[in-house]
Design a protein around this ligand. Structure first.
Ligand code: ZN
Length: 160
């Protein structure tokens, strides 16, 4: 079947920016998502539509259809005790912080004794990203997945 609304898609990807490889699922579990629910960035979801298992393609996505443009002055002083992901922080590291809108990734700019100045832009904001994609499997979502708005099982959510 071809990818359409309410398809659950398993895929491998390698993400690059210019010549730099940023992330890859090759050698690990593929990623899974529920198509048509905004679970992945808009540019990648659009490129997936109509493809099927076994298809490979590459797509380059501008920031507006990826993680958005970088905003200047989006810095905040955050208590170290609220930052998750490492015991000792250095500039350039990525931390997870709990906010009113859920968990978000921030980038450490400067570390003090009790607080760190962090950049709240998504680490991939402002970047033009290229995804090399290999579609592993496509299936119809279960009623439960449709109700939850995300994929379950390998590469999907594991919250049950
Ligand atoms: Zn669920």
């Amino acid at each position: 079947m071809n990818i359409a609304k309410d398809s659950v898609v398993q895929f491998h990807y390698t993400l690059t920016e210019g010549d730099a490889e940023l992330e890859s699922t090759i050698g690990a579990d593929p990623m899974a998502y529920l198509h048509g629910h905004g679970n992945i960035i808009a540019g990648l979801e659009q490129a997936m539509a109509g493809k099927g298992a076994g298809d490979s393609f590459s797509v380059t996505i501008e920031p507006a259809d990826a993680y958005g443009e970088r905003k200047e002055d989006l810095t905040q002083r955050i208590p170290l005790k609220h930052m998750q992901g490492a015991k000792k922080w250095r500039p350039g590291m990525t931390a997870w912080v709990q906010t009113d809108q859920g968990q978000r990734q921030v980038t450490v700019i400067k570390v003090g004794k009790f607080n760190a100045d962090c950049d709240l832009n998504h680490p991939l904001a402002g970047k033009t990203l290229t995804f090399a994609v290999e579609i592993v499997a496509v299936r119809e979502a279960t009623a439960e997945e449709k109700a939850h708005g995300h994929a379950h099982g390998v590469g999907g959510h594991h919250h049950h």
